[in-house]
Design a protein around this ligand. Structure first.
Ligand code: COA
Ligand code: MG
Length: 303
């Protein structure tokens, strides 16, 4: 039986660059960068007095945006409970991005309220919903929040960890290796997988230290994240590498597929591949990995 994780549509989300919608140069530059997605930010990176101008700039940007460029376009809005939230969602209706990223989600209702609002505007087939997991309440309610993606038809399909807010709200230290955060992050990953959602690791603030960034990407990959939210173009290559499919992994996956295709493997659930047990679940896993490698190769081919 396939798990919700395996049944989830395969999307390549290695590198998601946050771009303050108030920064004209960054908006322009984002159309040239090799990230898998751009998160246009109307929330924390935009000063309160610049929110309206940022929405206007975002609408202008979307009016000329090439939607066939292979990048996902996501808009991070302010919370619906705040003044700018509703105006941001109005802008989202006009821009029609692939997804809306909801900040400071605390409970399922925070996602359902936006799904209802979009539905009331006749935008049922509108953008998918993504949720920032960055409050202590979200960590406590993580399974229920993720379940909204499996059970409600809300369009929730991705969680994004936000450690700057979570550290601020909890006092957990910012340390290499994130020792006190790992248990919380693992809960979020398991909750996302139980509901078949993608999950993206938090930003790394020190964009000048690419070595520390690479180490954090590798840790995130080992933990099971699909990709990383980024703050600076210099971080894109490292994230694409860490969350991509290394040649050796693709080769190993092809060996599993070839071994199960042999006549003597017919009707067997488990086989011996060079002294290692491989089961049909590894075949499914290998096929998914190769499909991801193909999607990445297609991306890299397109101009
Ligand atoms: N998106 C697109 N382009 C970006 C960018 C971003 N997030 N961050 C920097 N750039 C561009 C700059 O415009 C500059 O372009 P240019 O030299 O071709 O004109 C180039 O990359 C180098 O930028 P640099 O001078 O190193 O950085 P900076 O001082 O301009 O900006 C930050 C540093 C941190 C202020 C900026 O990277 C930023 O705002 N990041 C996003 C913050 C954010 O979204 N936070 C919310 C999520 S936590
Ligand atoms: Mg924040």
């Amino acid at each position: 039986m396939n798990t919700p994780f395996q049944n989830h549509p395969l999307r390549v989300r290695r590198s998601l660059l946050s771009v303050p919608a108030s920064n004209a140069r960054a908006l322009e530059k984002s159309t040239t960068l090799a990230c898998d997605g751009v998160i246009f930010d109307l929330e924390d990176s935009v000063a309160p007095e610049k929110k309206a101008a940022a929405r206007a700039a975002l609408k202008r940007h979307f009016s000329t945006l090439d939607r066939t460029c292979g990048r996902e376009h996501i808009v991070r809005v302010n919370p619906l409970s705040e003044d700018d939230g509703a105006a941001d969602l109005e802008a989202v209706l006009e821009c029609a991005p692939d997804a809306v990223l909801l900040p400071k989600v605390c409970e399922p209702q925070d996602v359902l309220a936006v799904a209802d609002w979009l539905s009331e505007q006749g935008a049922d087939d509108g953008p998918r919903l993504w949720a920032m997991i960055e409050t202590p309440a979200a960590i406590l309610n993580i399974a229920a929040i993720a379940e909204v993606g499996r059970t409600s038809g809300s369009g929730l399909d991705c969680l994004v960890i936000g450690l700057n807010d979570l550290r601020l709200a909890t006092g957990i230290a910012d340390m290499p290796g994130r020792p006190y955060l790992v248990p919380l992050l693992m809960q979020a990953i398991v909750a996302a997988r139980a509901s078949g959602l993608d999950i993206i690791d938090s930003v790394h603030n020190d964009f000048a230290d690419l070595e520390a960034f690479a180490a954090e990407c590798e840790q995130g990959r080992q933990m099971g994240f699909d990709g990383k939210m980024l703050i600076h173009p210099a971080q894109i290559d490292g994230a694409n590498r860490a969350f991509g499919v290394p040649a050796a992994a693709a080769e190993a996956a092809r060996a599993v597929v070839a071994a199960f295709a042999l006549p003597e493997s017919a009707g067997k659930g488990a086989i011996n591949l060079d002294g290692r047990m491989v089961e049909r679940l590894h075949l499914a896993q290998s096929e998914r990995l190769l499909a991801k490698a193909d999607l990445i190769a297609d991306k890299e081919k397109s101009p």
